[in-house]
Design a protein around this ligand. Structure first.
Ligand code: HPA
Length: 234
């Protein structure tokens, strides 16, 4: 048991999928895992462990934002031996050619700050995805008939952001989308020498203002779970 994860040693699989929403962790575990059992419920943050095609898998919520994700990623890796962490989540598109429901595989994630920034002093660390996972995720997505966007994203600390100039500069520099977790996930994974990837679907569009309705969000979430599982064991 750790401060935030009430699991026993061995309850967490080496491969962990991390949706932001703990309810999505429950939904995905029920839908995709065999013999899923709940391994964490501390502070309502659900984690489930089961098997997928015979492989042990944990699906554990990260919460929203890098501060929350950082706590769970640190404990999952350091105390429970997770070696592959795949975020599955939503993002807001920042390019015209990125459409609602498109899949984005984050090669890297820019940020103004992460929970790790101060530990790295003046270093401007460049967080990056695990190449093998990224490559396997491209193949898994293509096998499902989806053509993912692969490139840089922006991990923000601010959902309700009034800095239009910053958004515009990121768009000009090719950022595909904004979300709130990946830069810290990649940094923590790098610190411990484990594999990480973010598989995202576009839930809203910062340029056009369009947004997915909740039914479509659920089916696009299922598609991300399949891509993430295919990447982990591909
Ligand atoms: N901003 C930040 N995070 C997000 C967004 C957004 O527009 N959409 C989904 N996650």
């Amino acid at each position: 048991m750790t401060i935030h994860i009430g699991a026993e040693p061995g309850d967490i699989a080496p491969t962990v999928l991390m949706p932001g929403d703990p309810k999505r962790a429950e939904w995905a575990a029920q839908r995709f895992l065999d013999n899923a059992r709940q391994v964490n419920a501390v502070r309502g943050m659900s984690g489930y462990t089961g098997t997928w095609q015979g492989h042990p898998v944990t699906i554990h919520g990260s919460g929203m934002g890098m501060a929350s994700l950082s706590i769970y990623a640190n404990e999952l890796i350091r105390d429970f031996g997770a070696t592959t962490l795949i975020r599955i989540g939503s993002c807001g598109a920042m390019q015209h050619d990125v459409k609602l429901r498109d899949v984005i595989l984050a090669m890297t994630a820019s940020s103004i700050s992460t929970p790790s920034s101060n530990m790295l002093r003046e270093l401007n660390f460049a967080p990056c995805a695990d190449w093998g996972l990224l490559r396997a995720a491209v193949h898994a997505a293509e096998a499902k008939g989806s053509t993912p966007h692969v490139g840089g994203i922006y991990s923000s600390d601010t959902f309700y952001d009034e800095r239009a100039d910053l958004t515009e500069a990121l768009t000009r520099h090719g950022a595909l989308a904004v979300e709130m977790e990946t830069a810290e996930l990649y940094t923590v994974a790098a610190r411990y020498g484990v594999r990480a990837l973010a598989v995202l679907t576009v839930s809203d569009h910062l340029i056009t203002g369009a947004a997915l309705d909740s039914g479509v969000r659920e089916s696009s979430f299922g598609e991300m779970v399949e891509i993430a599982l295919g990447a982990a064991f591909g």
